[in-house]
Design a protein around this ligand. Structure first.
Ligand code: UGA
Length: 433
């Protein structure tokens, strides 16, 4: 089967490499020439564990190639996966500009029957709009639009693609369903559940799933904040809650709030969509509100610990990416906290194992970029752990302490044990403990 993947971001690249691994012949296309040049040289524009090997393997086998010739790729392939970005627009809705540009290009170049599979996260009703746009521009075209949301997590995207919890196929077309099932047939061997439904339901499944996970995080963050007031330990609470199979222990880890390219954007988009339809989604609104407040609470913690005034203080920051194993800093709580620290007159010296280049694009010369966790402690009035990279889990505490001006450690990910930190002579604060 011949497949074209339009868009070479996280979702597009992982989808392209993953489908090639399933035995498909895949062409990944993008408008950005530099990105395609990099990929053709065998370099990845993103940091994602395991992806480079998968890409090399499938390029060598001849099943995977990269191109900027989008019209040709549209004409030469049966299935066209749309994996372009759908960022937030000014009022929190999804900005579908890139998607519709790709759709126009499909309409201009469609030559025979195509299956157009939407992988990008799009508001409910988008598939219908895609159908209308193509039919208007190319009235004789034969095609089906399938909503095929992706559930991969950055940092474990390859594993998630190759071993998904479920595959969602949304379309009313029998032909398109059969083609999609064929593409994902290797997953039958590992008994992956398939959910076959209509476009609107498939689109909704993605938003409902991400918003539910975000709700779990906001919920446990709220519980953590209450724990702080009543002297309870949120970790024990979360563990005991998770032992109830109805709750499950996953996504109950408290922290500085969720970030990344998905949860913040998707919760806002679902809120926006409901509002547009005349429904007030109070729970989703609270999920977003708790998350915003959680990020601000981290700044308050640091401020309180350094004596109530951040002005003139030097803060060491460990971790800039929104989570470990990625260089992605989109809506990272660390970026929010660092901006607030600077605004309050503090200086920041930061280290991240992968995201230093990305951090530079945001802060330029406004912060210092250091080489490792210990350098981030040099002369610091407080050290703040923002991202739970493995590199930060077993730090030499005495070494850190001797380098710091005062031994204040704010651990927004609860990596360290409060008692051990106190024994080591730190003034330590986590979240909800
Ligand atoms: C998320 C979903 O987990 C994927 O299933 C989905 O496909 C993806 O969005 C998407 O829509 O494309 P991702 O954003 O890569 O994946 O990262 P997560 O691992 O879900 O983490 C999101 C944020 O929540 C991070 O900032 C993380 O630190 C935070 N988090 C996660 C917590 O604060 N506590 C937790 O218990 C779990």
């Amino acid at each position: 089967m011949r497949i074209c993947v339009i868009g070479t971001g996280y979702v597009g690249l992982v989808t392209g490499c993953g489908l090639a691994e399933f035995g498909m012949k895949v062409t990944c296309v993008d408008k950005v020439v530099e990105k395609i040049d990099m990929l053709q040289r065998g370099e990845l524009p993103i940091y994602e564990p395991g992806l480079k090997d998968l890409m090399e393997k499938n390029v060598t086998s001849g099943r995977l190639k990269f191109s900027t010739n989008i019209p040709e790729a549209i004409r030469n392939n049966l299935v066209l996966f749309l994996a372009v970005g759908t960022p937030s627009d000014e009022d929190g809705g999804a900005d579908l500009r890139h998607l519709f540009t790709a759709v126009e290009e499909i309409a201009e170049n469609i030559n025979d029957y195509k299956v157009i599979a939407i992988k990008s996260t799009v508001p409910v009703g988008t598939a219908k709009q895609v159908i209308q746009r193509i039919s208007k521009r190319a009235p004789d075209a034969t095609f089906d639009v399938v909503s095929n949301p992706e559930f991969l997590r950055e940092g474990s995207a390859v594993e998630d693609f190759l071993h998904p919890n479920r595959v969602v196929i949304g379309t009313n077309s029998k032909q398109a369903t059969a083609i999609m099932k064929d593409i994902y047939s290797p997953l039958y061997l590992i008994e992956t559940p398939f959910v076959i439904t209509n476009n609107e339901t498939a689109e909704m499944i993605k938003y409902a799933s991400n918003t539910f996970l975000a709700a779990k995080i906001s919920y446990i963050n709220e519980v953590a904040n209450i724990c702080e007031l009543v002297g309870a330990d949120v970790h024990v609470v979360a563990r005991a809650m998770g032992l109830d199979g109805r709750i499950s222990r996953k996504f109950l880890h408290p922290g500085p709030g969720f970030g990344g390219s998905c949860f913040p954007k998707d919760t806002r988009a679902l809120y926006h969509l409901a509002k547009k339809k005349g429904y007030d989604p109070v729970m989703i609104s609270s999920v977003i509100h708790v998350n915003e407040r959680q990020k601000r609470r981290m700044v308050e913690k640091i401020k309180r610990r350094v004596g109530g005034d951040l002005n003139g203080k030097l803060i060491g920051v460990l971790g800039v990416s929104f989570k470990p194993n990625t260089d992605d800093i989109r809506e990272s709580p660390a970026i929010f906290v660092m901006k607030k620290l600077l605004e309050a007159g503090a200086s920041v010296q930061a280290f991240d194992p992968a995201a230093m280049k990305e951090a530079r694009k945001v802060f330029h010369e406004a912060i210092s970029y250091v080489e490792d966790a210990y350098e981030a402690a040099n002369g610091a009035d407080a050290l703040v752990l923002m991202t739970e990279w493995n590199q930060f889990r077993g730090l030499d505490l005495q070494e850190l302490k001797t380098r710091m001006r005062s031994p204040i450690f704010v651990d927004t990910r609860n990596v360290y044990d409060p008692q051990k930190m106190e024994q080591a002579g730190f003034i330590y604060e986590g979240v909800g403990r």
